[in-house]
Design a protein around this ligand. Structure first.
Ligand SMILES: [Zn+2]
Length: 723
C-alpha cells in the first residue's frame, strides 16, 4: 500500500453498496487448547532466509470486492514456471485485502465475494512445488468492511467526523477491533496456512500522526493524563500526546506480532513503512524480525533506495526496500524500462539489502508476462553479484545523525537528512545514516559525524558527541544543532558550544544572506563566489574557533528592505562582522560549524556550491581518511566488509530525463563509466584486487597503508573485492 498515493480509487466506487450484504463474522474466541501442534517447518524456525534471499517479487492483489470473476484465470502451473524462469526465490502475496476480505476459505473473516477458489492455498502449493518462499500480506486498520459493521470503531477527528485516507476508513487502535477482528483472523490464517513470513500493512501510516478523539481514546487518555486530548501539538500536552499515540500504536503492533509468534515462533514478521526512519528514528522493537519500506522513483526522489538503505543497514535487522514496476506508482499498469529496474536492483545490493520489486496481478489472476521477461534479465544480473553481498556489513566511516528528538519537534521533517545524503552521495563519499540509539552505542566506530540542523538533542547525545570529538572524531554541524533540549526547550547556548568553539548570540534578522569563503582550505570548486544561503541564519561569536567564511549581508538592505527589484534577490553587500563557517580544534578532533540552515537551503534550492562546501568541510575535519574516489561522472560509492575482504561498490548514479518539472524521472539508457580512481586504507598487503563480476584483476600499489587502483570501466554496477 503506497503512502500518500491514491491508486486503487478506480475500483472503489460503490463498494459500500455492493458489499452491504456481507456482514461481519461472529465473534471469535481465541482457543489456544484447540491448536494443532505444528511441524518444525511450519513453525518457521529459520528466519535468516530473508537476509539471504536476493530475488523477491511483491504480488499485490488488492482488488475491490465488486469485481466479478476475480482470479478466475489464475494458473498456478504457469505462474510457477514463470517465476522460476525469472530467477525469483520468494514472493509476497495478498491474503487479506485493504477492503477487509480474504483470498482463502475462512470461518472467522469474510472471503472475497466473487472468489470461487481457495487462492491462498493454491499459491502456497505452487510455491512449495517450485521451492519458492511465500510472505503473506495481511492488510489491517484501514478496513472498510469492519468500519461499516462497527461505525463506532472508526478513528475520528476533533469535530467527531471520521477520518478518510486514500478513500479508506481507518479504525481506532483503542477500539475492540484488535481483539474482536484482527487477532482471531490472524490466528486462523496462521493455524491453517503454512507461510514463510508475514507482512502487516498498512498499520499506522498517516493515522498514527493524526489524533483520534473517539470515546475509547478520550477515556484512555483521561485515565493516563487526567485531561482531555488536546486540540493540537502546540498545546502544553502536545508532545505527551504525540508520544502517547506512538505508544498505543506500538502496543497494537506488539499484540499482533506476539500472537503470530505464539502460534509460529520464529516466523519472520514485518510491518510496512514502520521503523524505517520516516518517523521516530530509533532501534526497531524485538517483535519485528525484518523491516520493509516502500520506495519511490517516480516523484524524482530517485535516491530513496540509497537514502533508506544507508539508514536501515545500520539497524541490525534484514530489510526489504519495495519499489514497484510501475512508472507512476501502483495500478498504472505501466512498466519501467529494464535499465530503471536494473539500476534500482543494483542500488539495493550496493546499499546492503536484497532485491524486491512490486507487481500487480490483473483482476482475473493473469500476469503481465513482459514484466517477468524484464525482471528475469534484472535478476540474472543480480545473481552474478549476490555472492559479494551475502552477510556483508557496512564499514563505519562517515555518519549523518538522524535525530528522533528533532523529528518529534519538527513534524517529522526528513528534508535535512535527505539533503545531507544528497550532498555526500553526489560527492562519491561512503557514509551511513544513524539514529541516536546507534550513535550512543557505536559513534566511536566512525571517523566523522555530520549533524544537519538537528536542533533538539538530549544531554546524553551531546555528551557522546563531545567525547567523540575529544578523542579525535571529526564533526560538521550546522544551524540550530543542539540549541534545544529533546523536549524542544531552547537552551541559552548550543549544547555543543564548547565543541563548536562558538557562542550563540541571536538569530540573524533577515531571510537570506551570503557566505564568503576566506580560507583556501575549504574553497575547492567554490572560489571567491559569495554563496547565497536562504532560511534561518544565526549570529555566533567565536570563542576558540577559527573563521573559514564570513557572513555577508545582502546589499541595499536598508534602502530596499523588500525585493532588490521585481522578484529577485539583492547581491552580496557588506560583511556582517560575524562568521558563517568556523573550525575548532577540540581535544584530538576537529569540529566545523556552519551558522545557517545550509541543508534546508540545499534541499530547497539545490545550489551545487552548498554541496561543495559540505564536502570540503568533511575533508577538512576527517583526520583518518579511509576512502577517496575520483570519477568524471557521478558514481555512488559504498564500502562493505565480507569476512576478511573489503567490497567496494561502484554504482552509476542516476540520470533523469523529465518532462514535467522534477517528477516522472526515468532511466532509459545507462552509459558506461570510465576511469574511476580509488584510494583505500587497508590493514595489510592485499592478496588480490579484483573487479567482480567482470573478474578483472586490477593493478594496484600500496603506500603507507593506502591502496591505490583504477577501475577502467563498469556498466551500472561493479564490486571491487580486496582480499
Ligand atoms: Zn480512538
Amino acid at each position: 500500500m503506497q503512502e500518500g498515493k491514491i491508486s486503487r480509487r478506480d475500483f472503489m466506487g460503490g463498494v459500500a453498496a455492493a458489499t452491504a450484504a456481507f456482514t461481519i463474522a461472529p465473534r471469535y474466541v481465541l482457543a489456544k487448547s484447540s491448536r494443532r501442534p505444528l511441524s518444525e517447518k511450519a513453525q518457521g524456525k529459520n528466519s535468516n532466509w530473508i537476509a539471504e534471499t536476493f530475488r523477491n517479487v511483491y504480488w499485490d492483489f488488492n482488488t475491490s470486492p465488486k469485481i466479478p470473476d476475480i482470479a478466475a484465470n489464475f494458473d498456478p502451473e504457469f505462474a510457477g514456471a514463470m517465476l522460476k524462469r525469472a530467477h525469483i526465490q520468494a514472493i509476497y502475496f495478498t491474503s487479506r485485502t485493504m477492503y477487509g476480505y480474504c483470498y482463502y476459505d475462512t470461518k472467522v473473516g469474510v472471503k472475497q465475494p466473487y472468489l470461487k477458489r481457495n487462492l491462498l492455498k493454491e499459491v502456497i502449493e505452487m510455491c512449495r512445488r517450485n521451492d519458492i518462499k511465500l510472505i503473506s500480506t495481511f492488510q489491517i486498520l484501514y478496513d472498510d468492511r469492519i468500519a461499516r459493521a462497527h461505525p463506532d470503531w472508526r478513528a475520528v477527528k476533533a469535530s467527531g467526523r471520521p477520518y478518510i485516507t486514500w478513500t479508506m476508513t481507518p479504525l481506532c487502535v483503542n477500539s475492540p477491533y484488535l481483539t474482536e477482528c484482527v487477532l482471531p483472523e490472524l490466528t486462523e490464517l496462521l493455524e491453517q496456512y503454512d507461510i514463510d513470513g508475514i507482512f502487516l500493512d498498512p498499520i499506522g501510516h498517516g493515522i498514527e500522526e493524526k489524533w483520534c478523539y473517539c470515546p475509547y481514546c478520550q477515556a484512555k487518555f483521561k485515565k493516563r493524563f487526567g485531561e482531555k486530548i488536546p486540540q493540537n501539538r502546540k498545546s502544553p500536552l502536545g508532545l505527551k500526546c504525540t508520544l502517547w499515540r506512538r505508544e498505543i500504536f506500538n502496543d497494537f503492533r506488539k499484540k499482533c506480532c506476539d500472537t503470530i509468534h505464539e502460534i509460529k515462533p520464529g516466523l519472520p514478521i514485518t510491518i510496512n513503512n514502520t521503523f524505517c526512519g520516516t518517523h521516530y528514528p530509533s532501534d526497531p522493537p524485538d517483535y519485528v524480525d525484518f523491516l520493509a519500506k516502500e520506495v519511490k522513483m517516480f516523484t524524482g526522489k530517485h535516491f530513496d533506495i540509497s537514502y533508506f538503505g544507508r539508514y536501515m543497514v545500520t539497524l541490525d535487522k534484514p530489510f526489504h526496500l519495495l519499489p514497484n514496476r510501475f512508472q507512476h506508482g501502483w495500478s498504472d499498469w505501466d512498466l519501467k524500462p529494464v535499465a530503471t529496474l536494473k539500476y534500482e536492483a543494483a542500488a539495493m545490493i550496493a546499499n546492503g539489502t536484497v532485491c524486491c520489486v512490486g507487481d500487480q496481478l490483473y483482476p482475473d489472476g493473469r500476469f503481465e508476462e513482459q514484466f517477468y521477461n524484464s525482471i528475469g534479465e534484472v535478476y540474472g544480473f543480480i545473481k552474478q553479484r549476490e555472492q559479494f553481498c551475502l552477510k556483508a556489513k557496512p564499514v563505519p566511516y562517515i555518519a549523518i545523525l538522524h535525530s528522533a528528538a528533532t523529528m518529534n519537534n519538527n513534524d517529522n521533517d526528513l528534508s535535512l537528512t535527505l539533503a545531507a545524503h544528497k550532498a555526500l552521495v553526489e560527492s562519491s563519499m561512503h557514509f551511513n545514516i544513524i539514529n541516536e540509539d546507534t550513535l550512543l552505542r557505536r559513534l566511536g566506530d566512525y571517523k566523522t559525524l555530520i549533524i544537519p540542523e538537528q536542533t533538539c538533542l538530549s544531554d546524553k547525545v551531546i555528551k557522546a558527541v563531545r567525547s567523540f570529538v575529544k578523542e579525535g572524531g571529526g564533526l560538521v554541524a550546522s544551524g540550530s544543532t543542539s540549541l534545544s533540549t529533546e523536549t524542544g526547550k531552547q537552551r541559552k547556548d548550543f549544547g555543543l558550544a564548547d565543541v563548536f568553539g562558538v557562542k550563540y548570540q541571536q538569530d540573524y534578522p533577515d531571510t537570506y544572506a551570503y557566505f564568503k569563503i576566506t580560507d583556501g582550505a575549504v574553497a575547492a570548486d567554490i572560489g571567491t563566489l559569495p554563496m547565497h544561503i536562504d532560511g534561518r541564519l544565526l549570529y555566533v561569536k567565536p570563542t576558540s574557533a577559527r573563521t573559514l567564511a564570513n557572513l555577508v549581508h545582502r546589499a541595499y538592505r536598508k534602502e530596499m528592505p523588500g525585493r532588490f527589484n521585481v522578484g529577485s534577490f539583492a547581491p552580496a553587500g557588506e560583511d556582517s562582522g560575524y562568521p558563517a563557517v568556523t573550525v575548532n580544534q577540540f581535544g584530538k578532533g576537529k569540529a566545523a560549524y556552519i551558522s545557517g540552515s545550509i541543508f534546508r537551503s540545499y534541499w530547497k534550492k539545490n545550489r551545487p556550491q552548498t554541496k561543495y562546501l559540505v564536502r570540503n568541510l568533511v575533508d577538512l575535519v576527517t583526520a583518518d581518511k579511509l576512502l577517496e574516489v575520483q570519477a568524471d561522472a557521478s558514481v555512488e560509492v559504498s564500502l562493505f566488509r565480507q569476512d576478511s575482504a573489503l567490497v567496494l561498490h561502484l554504482l552509476f548514479y542516476y540520470i533523469a530525463k523529465t518532462l514535467d518539472g522534477p517528477r516522472w524521472a526515468v532511466v532509459e539508457n545507462i552509459p558506461v563509466i570510465h576511469d574511476v580512481s580509488v584510494k583505500l586504507k587497508v590493514a595489510g598487503r592485499p592478496q588480490q584486487v579484483v573487479q567482480m563480476p567482470e573478474k578483472r584483476e586490477l593493478k594496484w600499489k600500496l603506500e603507507d597503508g593506502i591502496l591505490s587502483f583504477r577501475v577502467p570501466q563498469f556498466h551500472i554496477h561493479t564490486c571491487v573485492v580486496v582480499s
